[in-house]
Unconditional design. Sequence first.
Length: 301
Amino acid sequence: MPPQKVLESRLLEQSALEAGFIKAKAAALNPADAALFEGPARSIMLCALPYGNLQADEPLPEDNGEAVYAEIAPFARFNYYREAARRLLKLACGLRAEGLYAKKDFRIFCNSRLNEKYLAEHYGLGRRARNGLILIPEAGSLFVIAGMSLPFEIQREPEEADVDAGQFPLCANCMGKGRGKPPCVRACPCGALEGDGRVTLEKCIQWYASGNGAAVPPLVRNNWGKRLYGCGACQDACIYNQRPLNGCITTLGALPRFMDARKLCGMSDGALRAFFKGSAMGMSWLTPQTIRRSARLCAPP
Ligand code: B12
């Protein structure tokens, strides 16, 4: 039995804020969730790393009717996933400094196999919004979720209970404006949002841009626009995302906002892999075929 440590959630959350996360929540894990992690997981810390909407943006290329550009959405313009994991690793190293625990006792995750939206909501980082994403008043939904399991107990001050405003408390202000559906639902080009937090994946542009679907159906094809990777329609329409929101500063995996769609179509597998290596589009599951398919949809013959 290793020596036990008990930390106050407040101190841990403060260290995450100092590391550049915009919000953090640390809490005791329930036994079912603790079993998701290998090793001695007793607690968990969920963090939000913002990418915001103030990135230094190249202006939209002039559309002369023959536009061949393909756009990369803000969440993928830097490798925020890796940046978040890197920051958590540093925090974990600090927590290990007393030598009580091993590196493997802290399991860091970001865009992992775990259901991160569930963890973020269940352990109090944010609330699920009607567009299916996790929303926090501090950064809207313009952040990536990252977290780590902790091998020690967390002490929490009792918190005031959430004001009960129904299933989507943060979306309450969007409803009842006489137009029936909330802005995120209306903004989705293919009508993929049910409005109850569910996304019909076969109608979600980003689902195809991530390599799903053997063929892209006409509804999605006709609404594709100039998206190479990422669709922000349901986020851009959200009232929380419309104020200026700072993103964290990172240089990891920088990608341009616009790429030449026709040039991308002609690039070999090797050239595409080399170009996107280390970026948010360098994931093993995002194949050169998928990238070329999205580029072709941006630049139909
Ligand atoms: C696969 C995936 C996708 C897929 C599918 C997304 C989806 N909504 O299902 C695609 C490629 C489409 C996608 C798109 C995007 N993604 Co994504 N994605 C993931 C990933 C890797 C897994 C999500 C998942 O499948 N979870 C498991 C399923 C079972 O959970 P679920 O989606 O919550 O589904 C349940 C609910 O729908 C629930 N439910 C909810 N409401 C209701 C209501 C009723 C009535 C019922 C019955 C059920 C129900 O039932 C389902 C089953 O349990 C996560 C990272 C992770 N590991 O969690 C990132 C993640 C969710 N994605 C993220 C992002 C940023 C995006 C995009 C914004 C990127 C972009 N700009 O294009 C879009 C947003 C699209 C959208 N509106 O959801 C972030 C979201 C951060 C946040 N603030 O919430 C995550 C968390 C990555 C990260 N670490 O930051 N993504």
